[in-house]
Write a protein that binds this ligand. Sequence first.
Ligand code: SF4
Ligand code: SF4
Length: 481
Amino acid sequence: MLSKALPGPDRKMVQDAITQGAVRCLLDRGDPRLQNYLLCNACGSCTPYCPAQINDPGSNGDSGYLARKVTAALQAGRHPEINLADCVQCYSCETVCPRSVSIGGIINAVYEMEHVHPVFRRMLLDRGGLPPHAFLPLYASKGRLRNFVTKTVRHPYRADERAVDEARRLLLHPVAASAFSLPGHPTQKQPLAPPDRVFHLRSCCAFNYPGADLSQRKILNALGVEYVTSRSQTCCGGAPHYMGGAGFADRLLLTTRNLSVIQDVCGSDDIAVTGICPTCSDSYSTALELLATSANRTVASEALDQVGREVCSPEAFSVANILDLYPLYLDELQKLIETRLSGLHVGVHVSCHYRKMNGTPAVPPQLQSLVAVTGARVVRSRMEHYCCGGVKNLFDRHLNGHPHEISRLNQLVHQDFTDQHLDVMIVDCPGCELVYDHLGVPVLHISEFLALAMGVDPREAVYVQGHLTSLSPALGRIGIL
Ligand code: SF4
Ligand code: SF4
């Protein structure tokens, strides 16, 4: 692929022109994330989708904003002289890029080298994931400390000691990203078949929405899909990776270790991995793709060997993200719906990371179809193609001491919700849910929404009182609360 972008000598010349800094170091190390920046032909497709561009009013009309500037600088042999912290790691640029240039990955690689985040790193080492106190500042800034304490008591973070110890040992003996190679093209995903049994992942972000997790379990039960969980599962490394607390290889090894745990619990064949978080789905999807290469498997094997684990066989797994899983049961869901939500006007927002995982910028129809099953009216949003603003941006604002500084994208998202006279937003991602919720927009995860439509108790099972923004006006109007 690279040779088609620039002939060999030019490519070498470009690389040699970068003489110092993180980019030089990454090139010298052969970091796989920097493998294809030469493919960028400045088409500009990525620019309008980049939240960093939207967040900077001065950048309007600047056809070379953040994403494009990174590749332009590298192609010119310069370090990108821009604030990479502005990147919210949504990967919209990569998803929309006709040449699959891994801009988000390049920024992530540079960011990882220059700014490993000590807070998130510490949490990973101590707890094997983002524990509840990672989210404390978000509750404090909203004056919702009681809400936070109640959740920590009712829904404590659980990974067993051995799991945390294994994760810690992997993180303390880091493997360089350059030890792994990325496949040239994403492999064609096989359509998901209805699974008999699934492994249900516990997501770190589920702390904020225990109802999303409980609802998912209720839905699986109602559909007759057996699920298993394990306290030996830790964080996949996805959320900390995008926020600067886990490197590329850290994330891959944490996920690979979890795959080994899952294989122990589920046996060896046809294991579907599900959960409420598309960033987790993307971690597993990426790991399975990387582990399909024998050289990558060898490197991962050596690392896992140190903690007494074996690398699983990737062919045994499929990733059953809920936007792929639930639509297999539309007829069954239709029969299970007891409480019609037809009085609600809802917007739908599909996460950037789900779209990244599927390699398409198009808004997939699944979320809309699932909402339609409940009888609620879906109002399409003019913001539906865009990132919600990003969890990274939310955390950055709090960590930088500007919790109330709302980004321009956040303002547009909020304005759109108001202009469309929506009752509630429906999302597929607990991270997007947190962004909307913190912004003051009533929001429900699709699993919470479906569970409500099936008639489960909104307080006990869906735990709607745990949200930062009250759902009482919307759900009270249709008699559910
Ligand atoms: S990952 Fe998102 S924020 Fe970062 S450059 Fe790409 S589109 Fe912009
Ligand atoms: S969409 Fe891809 S090819 Fe086009 S400017 Fe962006 S990175 Fe370059």
